[in-house]
Design a protein. Structure first.
Length: 65
């Protein structure tokens, strides 16, 4: 079940990557819902999206790395 939530979160983040505000809100939600090891995987995924779309770099603050 949890893995399905992780995959869903990645899908949502891809879909809202056009808007930095929406992206940041979804990142915050994901960090609250996912398990710790999934959060680590999500950080890698988010960094790859940000590298493709630099406008989203303001959301990296939520990753605390």
């Amino acid at each position: 079940m949890s893995r399905a939530m992780f995959e869903y979160t990645k899908t949502v983040l891809n879909k809202v990557s056009f808007d930095a505000n929406l992206f940041c809100k979804e990142v915050q939600k994901a960090l609250q819902r996912l398990l710790p090891y999934e959060v680590e995987e999500l950080k890698i995924f988010i960094k790859s999206i940000v590298s493709q779309n630099p406008d989203l770099d303001q959301c990296l603050i939520y990753l605390k790395t």
